[in-house]
Design a protein around this ligand. Structure first.
Ligand code: SF4
Length: 435
């Protein structure tokens, strides 16, 4: 039996996140994770296509018994198109991922089987049913145990197409529940066995790793245990965390000791009211500058994300964001437009208020406005979004962000400078794809 795993990419829109990932060419974890879940004793040939690096069309000429497509909302139309092509060629279509989980009825119209939520338990059960010629339409097994978390099988990736920095994940879950974020609805909080994570890191034989964990310190004791083991490897790593973790001295000391050199932090807004309104109460804008400074003192560069379009955002406040960002002395900054995930509480609230402007999912890419903002027009929000990117990436501001890094040698400052220049071209739309 032959299975094709596909991660579609909607090329029609310019998603900052996707283009940035493409430029950095980080290897995705979705495809290796799915390949790792497929039981080896079933003797299944697994092929993978990541549309970030290659078009799926060339696979149309081969026959696959099953095509599994995992996708996010902005790539859903592309996923349905790909599914149709393979279905006409006789393949059995399985859908999974964020959009399938949140829009199961829609996905079911285009696929044969849908997997809701995490796939670790569902995929082996589905494959057995398929081989017995009795596959079900829906699989939904949310209770994943530690032993179900398999090591990703990277052999399915075309490694030469990606950067040499491996991505890895230890804990997919997050105990917070920010209104605009889908993580806690998608993944439960059962982390991987620490020994297995460490063995995986050793097997990759690299000195730098990027952890895709959405909230690395979220499970505090697990993070302490994991970092204690990572420290023995003498490697460097980057990850994502909440800003308030800076005030946990034990965590910061261990992060430094274990080789953490960079953290991605979602501050989202400098307006406390906005943060409270989306259940991100643990971020206090008045303490962010101090938190960033603490992280930097531990040798950790800080990359902060901000979201534009909360109901309490005013034009004036958003226009002042670049100045506030400079005040924070961070090292990298990224901006996104608030995007309500289909069927999320945010989406349902906006829809009940008649403020959802489009259900063209390809526009749900954090780069376009898909709802009517409360305190300004859609056009104004788009204009401000362009302005904050442009303003924050003036050359003087880029220099300052490199200089801001404490405890860093000239090489590290230069690296921060060049990465900021890369952000500038992608974020301000000055980057154009060749194809
Ligand atoms: S802390 Fe981060 S990962 Fe967790 S729910 Fe909030 S935005 Fe999502």
């Amino acid at each position: 039996m032959k299975i094709l795993l596909v991660m579609p990419w909607e090329k029609g829109y310019k998603s900052y996140r996707d283009i940035f990932s493409k430029l950095n060419a980080y290897a995705p974890l979705t495809l290796p994770t799915l390949a790792g879940i497929i039981p080896k004793d079933m003797n299944i040939e697994v092929v993978a296509c990541d549309e970030m690096i290659e078009n799926v069309e060339k696979y149309y000429k081969n026959h696959y018994d099953i095509v599994m497509i995992a996708f996010i909302t902005s790539s859903s139309l592309r996923a349905y198109k790909i599914a149709k092509e393979f279905k006409t060629r006789g393949s059995y279509i399985v859908f999974g991922g964020y959009h399938t989980t949140f829009m199961p009825e829609e996905a079911k119209e285009h696929g044969d089987t849908i997997i809701i939520g995490e796939a670790e338990v569902s995929i082996p059960i589905f494959l057995k049913d398929y081989l017995n010629k009795e596959p079900k339409g829906i699989y939904n097994y949310p209770d994943v145990k530690e032993s179900d978390r398999k090591r990703p099988d990277r052999t399915v990736l075309k490694k030469h197409k990606y950067s040499g920095v491996p991505t890895i994940i230890a804990n997919k879950g997050c105990s917070n529940n920010c209104e605009f974020c889908a993580i806690s609805r998608m993944s439960n909080q059962v982390p991987r066995c620490i020994n297995d994570v460490i063995e995986e890191m050793k097997s990759l034989k690299k000195k730098l790793f990027i952890f895709f964990d959405p909230n690395f310190f979220g499970n505090r004791q697990y993070a302490i245990n994991l970092m204690t083991e990572i420290a023995k490897l003498k490697v460097k790593w980057m990850g994502a965390a909440t800003i308030n973790s800076a005030f946990d001295e034990e965590i910061m000391a261990l992060a430094e000791k274990s080789g953490c050199i960079g953290l991605l932090v979602g501050i989202e807004s400098m307006n406390k009211q906005s943060l409270d309104s989306v259940n991100k109460k643990f971020v206090d804008p008045n303490k962010c500058k101090e938190a960033i400074s603490i992280m930097q003192k531990h040798g950790i560069s800080v990359n902060c994300c901000f979201v534009l379009g909360f109901d309490t955002d005013t034009e004036e406040e958003l226009m002042s964001l670049p100045k506030q960002v400079e005040y924070l002395n961070l090292n990298f900054v990224r901006y996104f437009i608030l995007t309500p995930g289909p069927n999320s509480s945010l989406f349902n609230r906006l829809e009940a208020e008649g403020r959802i402007l489009t259900k063209d999912w390809s526009k749900y890419n954090q780069n376009e406005v898909v709802f009517t903002p409360k305190n300004m027009s859609k056009e104004k929000l788009e204009e401000i979004y362009k302005y904050v990117w442009k303003e924050s990436f003036r050359i003087g501001n880029i220099f300052r962000r490199a200089r801001n890094m404490q405890n860093a040698n000239l090489y590290k400052k230069f690296l921060i400078f060049t990465l900021n220049v890369g952000f500038k071209f992608v974020g301000t739309g000055e980057y154009k794809e060749a194809n």
